[in-house]
Design a protein around this ligand. Sequence first.
Ligand code: ADP
Length: 416
Amino acid sequence: MTSPESGALEAKAEAGRPESARQAVLTLNAGSSSIKAALFDRHGGTRPFLSCLAERLGSTEASVSFHDQRKALVKGPPLPADAGRSHEAMLEWLLPCLRDLGQADVVAAGQRVVHGGPMHAEACLVDEGVVAALEALVPLARSHQPHELQAIRSALRLWPGLPQIACFDTSFHASVPEVARTIALPQHITRQGVRRYGFHGLSYDWISGRLPAVLGARASGRVVIAHLGNGASLCGLVDRKSRATTMGFTTLDGLVMGDRPGLTDPGAILYLFDELGLSGQEMRHMLFEESGLRGVSGISNDMRVLMESDEPTAKLAIDLFVYRAVREIGGIAAEIGGIDALVFTGGIGENAAPIRAAILEGCAWLGVRFDPDANAVHANFLSPAGARVTAHVIKTNEEAVIARQTRAVLAGIESQ
Ligand code: ADP
């Protein structure tokens, strides 16, 4: 589906592109009402030379902003009135616009996909078969997968000749041993793929790559990474490979999150069905959108808002977030035979010094020590000299991992 307007824009972009147009890979990360897009050099690099955030899609308040490599605002063309009405309309407008602004020749698109299921241990070229397989996984990742699939389907329709690569949040956990992947349900259920997968793999992949530079020799030891954002999970690594993680079959498991409860007694879920008469749809809504920090505080899913609130329920929500993180860090450390370093990342992990401090204090029994001054400025290295277990902040960069995996799949296609 190409509208006359976008066709004209595309033609203009083609005509205006210098012969030396830079070859680029486009990364796409589609959320429920947003799309993050970025152009990376086709041959390498971890910073996009142009990035874009489209927000509040589907509303009359839709907006789009562009940034250059140094994160300075770039003036883009005004957003046409109808481009913000849907993900597809936005993508249709966006590609020619990015090509034009970035003076770029886009050679492939890499899409973030939360759930790859049992068959996708690494990134892959998208075709109709892959779309169908990913479609079947929608019930396992309702807050992300439908929007990502929508972006994939739109991209297939809008840019049929452009190779599209799906990059999965589950792939990084392919190295988790069978015992840690198994859910203690009957075999015939396990055989249907009901097992633990783990998520946030693009983020863990990035942090794993940064460990040698930040941790030195400890990088190859036992490291626990806490990805604390609106979604939150832990990953236990040995020699930079995932061995344990807190999310499971779906993104509902593990830590308390912005809107999700994390680990919940399955008996409580049965009770809600059997005794309180909630429907499947009501349960899904409650578990994916009304629980976690939002549910406990009754105020917000946003940690910043809760930290500024004087309400006792906001304090309880924060205390529970910290309590569960401390408890699960202990569990992951047990799974990987101890801990040499603890790394924080994600919106909360990178920015919320008081939350990090509370978690680090709770982990003192593991031998973790930290310097409050270093913590206050979100330093890479938080621990005083001589700490047996060190603590760190490392910014995540999921887009760079999508770009890297996209380049790798593209290179494989081109070498065939
Ligand atoms: P997502 O999982 O959607 O990618 P992010 O990683 O962006 O989420 O994290 C969002 C969370 O990070 C929100 O709870 C937000 O309040 C929190 N956050 C971001 N900046 C800060 C800050 N300066 N202080 C405390 N919390 C912060």
